[in-house]
Design a protein. Sequence first.
Length: 337
Amino acid sequence: MNTRLLPLFTLHIRHEYYQGNCPDFSFLIPAQSAQQAQQGRIIFRQKDHVLYALYTANNDALPISPLNNATLLIGLQLNNPNFSNFTDVDISAGTLLYQNTTDTSLLDSAIPITLCSHLLRHTLTFSERPNQITLKLSDETVLAVTNCSTGDTHNDVDFELSRLQVSEGRLRITESTPGDSSDHDYFYAPELFRSGIFALVEIQITADSYNNASTYQIDFSAKNDILKYYVVANHYSDTEFNSLSVTDTGFNEDGRSEIVFNPVLPAAFSSDDIHAELLADDDQHLVVFKSNSVQKRQQTPRKHIQLNLNGEVLIADLPSASQEKTQPSFVIQLEKP
């Protein structure tokens, strides 16, 4: 029998900053999912920052070993320490979980979860006692219950998941007091927990998955910031200093909207600005040129944002923020003999 490889799904990570595929992640397949994929004759390939899942099919394009109602887990390991500088994401919210539960051909919106290993330590939300803490599977099956009685001063409770013979997957802890209750989502994935991953993707494979290859996409937005150019002018007269300006002459070439910069003197600096005394002495002139609207961080520098004096160009291309900068702020020193 002849066999061939056909696409089961692809996973793309796109970022507005790069205006395309994001190169900042590696795809990790934990052992349990790798074993399932092997049983289903599925192989993974990575190319150009895209993950491809391919299944082995016969001459009629039918899977040799179909995985029906199975789940494959993929970890996204972040390799760029500067990612949060230019990305609109709250990294303190926890690990992001993407699933295709609503529509198996699309990823649902990400939900924050807490990744855990064999020992799940839950910090209690309520100080009120008594407090019942229930550990459940995603289908509400109860795995364990513990109680904090009146007088109990513990701030956290532990569940040994290895003893409970829990399979890799989503868990929920519910706290219940006489006056309130709260839910907390966890994900048991010991191997990925040790890898310190940024996000999880959980893909359900159904019979229909083989008929229509899905394209899954995760989108990250670029951070919005005010562009700031601090200009420190030494030995400039008041007239010369007041003739300084920052203009955007490259917007047509870049195919974008023009950015307008407004001069702001130290007396009007905001709490978000660098303190004036850190930038200039009393005998120096200081001004910050701010964009009048927030601008998205982008990898490609904007062309011809320039510093002028009386209409004459002093600097044809002012610097753009690299990934290492938390804010797109720059200090320009002007010196006259």
